[in-house]
Ligand binder design. Structure first.
Ligand code: COA
Length: 457
């Protein structure tokens, strides 16, 4: 018999609500019929306690520090697999056999160029444009060059997925080249996914980039651990935009826009900024800990909405830091600062009592820095990693027969009904006043690609 929960009101009225049990035993009250039965909706601002969908892609247990893609522990995938293999797993539900992996790699390679006319778009952007502004615009523009049929067949869907995975990577590398004022380097069919990206970023007509297998492995792991994280802000944006049946390029562009925010994809930059500030201040980090405890600031890379213990991705990144930064000539004093800071925080009751542990961003920026990825490209790398996750959710949703447009309700808190007053009879009020001179567009401020700072909000 299926389980129900009883909701009892002060009036004595009762209603039975079905309890849905997930694959790992987690339970949810199904409130779909609540309004019809009682006239009430639920109020859960920022979705702290709302499951917005059923999904078979990623399992996350924040209390135990567990993250699995399609059942596979993130630790195993980061250690043993390749990003392309993980993308296939997220998308299609199982690890590919050799021939499937070859086919998937081939279609990705075959889809890696962007239409040559799109290169002109890059010229129209200011030189100091943030690479995320190029990425979100270019990805939305892809729909003009690669029209999407209303109901793609399986084959057309596979091509769309390959286009987006490969072209997000190509656009990212081209955006960087625009930033540094170098000619673009085209993708090569001879290189694998990650190697291709590094080559497009760092090769130039005057010097070939020497691929370092340890750096390739580190970037593979970075992309794998960022590939999906169930209903985070950007994936929810993808699901909401996708539920309107908007074209998939616009849908992924919505995800990239949501990721851009400093509360989401921008946090690893904030950590590196913090570590640099500690290094420059000559302090051992104690001042930053004290500032975080007195609420003057936050210890960046610590705490998580879902994880109440170590974020498993942080442990993977820390291990990788040891491997990469332990190599001759690769050491980074910021890594020592980070480890001392972690040790100090985890022996301090303020952090322990609030379950504040290092999150994925605490060490991941150091990995990107070691790989030579410039500061403002950090969020772009996150976007390349998250693209298969977004696509897997888009695909899961479009194959779900019960899929409907997402449309949350709200609780209205504005004025009660009132009536129109002609402008000559209105009283002055204090908000919404904009002087004409303020409507002029502001000029683009000069930026520094390597050293711009970011706070995490
Ligand atoms: C990630 C984050 C936004 C989660 O926020 P949240 O789940 O809404 O948690 P809250 O903001 O309610 O914080 C709970 C308590 O811990 C404290 N806290 C949370 N993160 C903290 C941090 N990094 N440093 C110091 N105190 C922190 C809060 O001040 C609050 O304390 P209180 O109970 O005395 O009021 C938050 O931990 C944070 O800002 N971390 C730093 C930024 C970061 O690393 N972001 C990347 C996330 S992957």
């Amino acid at each position: 018999m299926s389980e129900t929960a009883t909701l009892r009101f002060a009036s004595g009225e009762e209603i039975g609500l079905p309890v849905f049990t997930g694959g790992e035993g987690e339970k949810a009250l199904d409130i779909e019929k609540l309004r019809a039965a009682t006239g009430m909706v639920t109020l859960d601002e920022a979705y702290l306690n709302t499951a917005s969908c059923r999904s078979a892609i990623t399992y996350l247990d924040g209390e135990k520090g567990i993250l699995r893609y399609r059942g596979y522990p993130i630790e195993e995938l980061a250690e043993k697999s390749r990003f392309v293999e993980v993308a296939y797993l997220l998308m299609y539900g199982d690890l590919p056999i050799a021939s499937q992996l070859d086919d998937f790699s081939a279609i990705l390679n075959g889809s890696s160029l962007i239409h040559e006319d799109m290169r002109h778009f890059f010229l129209a952007f200011p030189n100091n444009a943030h690479p995320m502004s190029l990425l979100t615009t270019m990805v939305a523009s892809l729909s003009a060059f690669y029209p999407v049929p209303e109901n793609p067949t399986d084959e057309e869907e596979a091509q769309i997925i390959a286009n987006l995975m490969s072209q997000v990577r190509t656009i990212s590398a081209f955006s960087y080249k625009k930033f540094v004022g170098e000619p673009v380097v085209y993708p090569s069919h001879k290189l694998r996914f990650v190697e291709n990206f590094l080559n497009m970023m760092f090769s130039s007509p005057v010097s070939n980039y020497q691929l370092d297998p340890d750096i390739v492995k580190a970037i593979e792991a970075f992309l794998i651990i960022h590939a999906d994280h169930e209903q985070n802000c950007s994936t929810s944006a993808v699901r909401i935009a996708g539920s309107s049946l908007a074209n998939v390029y616009a849908v992924i562009s919505a995800g990239i826009s949501a990721l851009w925010g400093r509360r989401h994809g921008g946090a690893n930059q904030a950590v590196v900024t913090m570590l640099r500030n500690i290094q420059q201040s000559g302090d051992d980090g104690r001042r930053f800990l004290e500032a975080a405890k007195s609420k003057d600031s936050r210890l960046m890379g610590f705490g998580h909405r879902i994880y109440k213990t170590h974020d498993p991705r942080a442990l993977i990144m820390k291990k990788l830091c040891h491997r990469i930064l332990g190599k001759p000539g690769m050491s980074d004093p910021m890594f020592d600062i980070a480890m001392r800071l972690e040790e100090a925080a985890l022996s301090d009751d303020y952090f322990l009592s609030r379950n504040l542990y290092p999150n994925v961003d605490f060490y991941s920026g150091l990995i990107l820095k070691a790989a030579g990825i410039p500061f403002d490209m950090f969020t772009v790398l996150f976007a390349i990693g998250r693209t298969p996750g977004w696509l897997a959710h888009w695909r899961e949703m479009r194959h779900d027969a019960n899929n409907r447009i997402a449309r949350p309700r709200q609780i209205y808190t504005g004025p009660a009904e009132r009536f129109y007053v002609p402008v000559s009879q209105r009283e002055k009020h204090s908000v919404g006043v904009m002087r004409r001179s303020h409507t002029k567009a502001l000029p683009v401020a000069p930026r520094d690609l390597i050293s711009s700072s970011m706070d995490c909000g």
